[in-house]
Design a protein around this ligand. Structure first.
Ligand code: NAD
Length: 255
């Protein structure tokens, strides 16, 4: 029986419209905790309670959301071997890019083309006017003691450009993610528990449209039954290993 990684590498090496699909698990090796691990920031601040509607209505909820931002994002994080491997597969012409549930911007930093399903933590925007700021600028205000910073132009409520519970994913983003999924010949899912919509739907839609589906995750997911291969292992080392095997099959890209 061929080693499952050799088999996946052979699928990747011949992919023409491969697509990566990632969740919080690809970024844990960069020091960003995932959503469902025991302990840590998510158990102190349940994002399911920090809904968009409650954020708008309550100063206490906004203070908690900013506190969570201070705990999670006060230090810089760098892409790891997993982000770099996916960027490399795109550079080799085997992946079109990555659809991600993550908000950390690490795929872009590694050089991938990205569809961000849940927006980005890198930008803070006013909910009343067009003003926006880089994440760092607002962090400085928080570090200086502000607990519910307001828009410096109009005084309105400001918020990270992420999709909170109770907020809809913009239609154009969902359409793009769906189009990438159903036109893929291989969907490489990494580090997602695949328990929330639309994440759980994309591998199913890709499979139905004829793609091979590969899932790399520490633990089983409820969507494993649609996959052509499932690897329960660490994302970074596994993807790094896969890229080595792909490059051995394809040789270096044309200059
Ligand atoms: P999740 O936390 O529900 O699931 C992550 C999965 O990755 C788990 O099944 C876990 O076992 C696995 N995993 C963790 N580390 C791994 C590793 N090193 N290698 C392989 N597998 C690993 O994450 P989700 O499905 O992405 O849903 C969480 C939501 O919360 C996201 O949609 C996102 O919006 C938000 N979030 C984002 C970040 C981020 O941007 N880095 C971090 C936490 C949460």
């Amino acid at each position: 029986m061929p080693d499952v990684l050799d088999e996946i590498a052979s699928w990747l090496a011949t992919a023409r419209r491969g697509v990566g699909f990632t969740g919080a698990g690809i970024s844990t090796e960069s020091g960003i905790p995932d959503f469902r691990s025991p302990g840590g920031v998510w158990t102190r601040h349940d994002p399911r309670k920090l809904t968009f509607q409650r954020y708008l209505a309550s100063e206490a909820v906004r203070r908690q959301a900013w506190q969570m931002r201070m705990e999670l994002w006060s230090r810089e994080h760098a892409p790891n071997a997993g982000h770099e491997a996916l960027a490399r597969l795109e550079q080799l012409g085997l992946l079109r890019g990555v659809i991600t549930q993550n908000i950390d911007g690490l795929h872009q930093q590694a050089g991938s083309s990205v569809v961000e399903l849940h927006g980005t933590m890198r930008t803070i925007a006013c909910l009343s006017c067009a003003a926006s700021w880089p994440h760092r600028e607002v962090m400085k205000r928080l570090e200086a003691g502000e607990q519910d910073p307001k828009c410096t132009s109009c005084g309105g409520i400001i918020k990270a450009a992420t999709i909170s519970f109770g907020q809809s994913i913009p239609a154009h983003v969902l359409e793009q993610a769906h189009e990438w999924s159903v036109s893929a010949d291989l969907l490489l899912v990494v580090g997602s528990s695949l328990v929330v919509y639309p994440a759980c739907d994309m591998p199913v839609a890709a499979k139905r449209a004829g793609a091979r589906v590969v899932i790399i995750n520490r633990e089983p997911t409820p969507v494993d039954h649609v996959a052509d291969a499932v690897v329960n292992a660490e994302a970074g080392p596994t993807l790094g290993d896969l890229v080595g095997r792909v490059e051995a099959l394809t040789g270096p890209p044309a200059a």
